[in-house]
Design a protein around this ligand. Sequence first.
Ligand code: KIV
Length: 290
Amino acid sequence: MAQMRITPGDLKAMKGEGKRIVALTAYDRPTAEVCEAAGVDVILVGDSLGNVLLGYETTIPVTMEEMLHHVKAVARSVQRPLVVADLPFLSYQTDAAEALRNAGRFLKEGGAQAVKLEGGDRCAETIERLVTAGVPVMGHLGYTPQSAYVLGRNVVQGRDYTAAITIVNEALALEEAGCFAVVLECVPGEVAQAVSERLTIPTIGIGAGAGCDGQILVFHDVVGWGPGAALKFVKRYADVGETLRRAVGDYARDVRAGQFPALEHTFTMPAEARVLFEQELAELDAGCGE
Ligand code: KIV
């Protein structure tokens, strides 16, 4: 029987029941299927795919078309997790109508059930417009990678008390605007806890301590496939990168040594066809030699 899809309402109920929400990024079918099999509640097709998959230095160059390509792959591959698509840089900041057009594409063409966008008060009007139109919105506060050029090397946000209070107020504004959840990225644990206690919607932390209602990490960091695994807030549960390097090295060695493909990897002709084939070849070769 098909699994029931997790809804934004289910996430709020989980917060009420004290059940922690498990979220991860995924960008393609194999990673999405692993997440679903492991019981992940929320899959974020994050614009982090720009760094992780596409080789960009930041998420800033990521386009709607690049995002859609991956949102479709993930949405086609899973039944139960809520699929959230990340609106890329300048797909929602210019005006609410543009934001609605792009968010609508993620739901209609991409098959996602919700979108995420970065920013606090400045996004409230846009969020209201999206939610009114029927688009569930996840907010994102703290370190917001699309503002990397503004934030510079200051990754941890809200370390001083005025910045911390601003984060609390912005989170309240996001709830008021209609967000169904808020990602808190790289904020001190005390700040994330204070926000989580004051919101009725769930907080999903990344580098924000254990006081959040759920946690999210980048899939590739969790499985040890890429440089992000070294970040302070990441716990690496496997060394897939090393496993892959070893496997591909072994394959290259076997090909060079003539040890792959072996007989068991090779198709053969039925015996009768082979005899006839060899006779024909012999005649062909004899004819060529005349
Ligand atoms: O793009 C992304 O993967 C994200 C998460 C890190 C929250 O925004």
